[in-house]
Design a protein around this ligand. Sequence first.
Ligand code: ATP
Ligand code: MG
Length: 347
Amino acid sequence: MSALAVESLYKVFGRGAKQAVADLKAGVPREDLSKKVTAAVIDHNFEIPSGEIFVVMGLSGSGKSTLIRMLNNLIEPTAGNIWIDGVDLGGLSPKALRELRRDKVSMVFQHFALLPHRTVVENVAFGLEIKGLSRTERLDKAREAVEMVGLGGQEDKLPVQLSGGMKQRVGLARALAADTEILLMDEAFSALDPLIRQDMQDQLLDLQRQLNKTIVFITHDLNEAMKIGDRIAICDGRIVQLGTAEDILLRPENDYVSEFTAEVDRSRVLTAEAVMEPFTGDAGGLETVTADVLVSELYEPVLSSEQPLLVVDERSDPLGVVTPKTIIKSLATEDGEGEPREESAPA
Ligand SMILES: Nc1ncnc2c1ncn2[C@@H]1O[C@H](COP(=O)(O)OP(=O)(O)OP(=O)(O)O)[C@@H](O)[C@H]1O
Ligand SMILES: [Mg+2]
């Protein structure tokens, strides 16, 4: 069963929102809707298996925060269904909804509003009160979470004494202390300096290996999306494309997607298997690499070898070959250079 699923999910803001959904369902293009409405989320359908990091990406105004707020029950869908752990939120009483949200979902925001007169550990413990835990239990849980995000020793500092990265870690610790299966992160790292941001990404991935949460992670940055996400949904009101980093890089659905992929370091996403060429002939004496090695790690072996590298699977069976030329081709992004795009035949 999926941890989180949505079906025919819509959020339209403004007067006449329901009518706008009916119009969209009838095929009316978004530009032709009444000027009184904003269609923020249009016909989203996806299932997120437990333990997945699902990244939502898109330009400003593409409906990312609206989506995550519906998942967190902060705003109500105009139409469609949301399931958490198989429970349809639409069928729940307000009380049951609040409880489900409290027990299953926590959220990390971009600008984490820390309480200025409370210490790190008190800030992290804040919010556990509604779970009915005693003060000692709350502080214990909070200390554990503070430790997890690498802030051990900083428990008694006040927010004013923390750097931006540390504040963001406090936000993450608070969400972890809540101990929910689902973690929603809305541009959680976007305000951080690049190096601290990379640190946070690495730390999130480390934590995820231990905790195995279901994470919905929103970002503007496709490099971040590709580093973190098991799958990536690219939004523009509608979900334009949903797939793995490799799917999106090698087979962008349209120009909206390829504009994002143009800025990605392909060598850190594509694997030997994704770029290799057919293998013919004699494998004898060729240097081998495994299929999952990143292109960025192939430069050296490919340059130091006189012959093509043999790409092999985990049973050492040959899958294909990689040469310097293969690598250069794989990194070219200009139209007509990399993978051939599928063009629809002219009518
Ligand atoms: N409460 C609201 N009332 C009216 N319109 C809204 C409301 N919230 C969002 N919108 C509109 O819905 C659209 C999607 O907004 P949303 O905040 O979901 O975008 P986003 O993808 O998160 O953008 P950003 O990357 O800038 O955070 C925008 O056009 C926005 O103006
Ligand atoms: Mg947003």
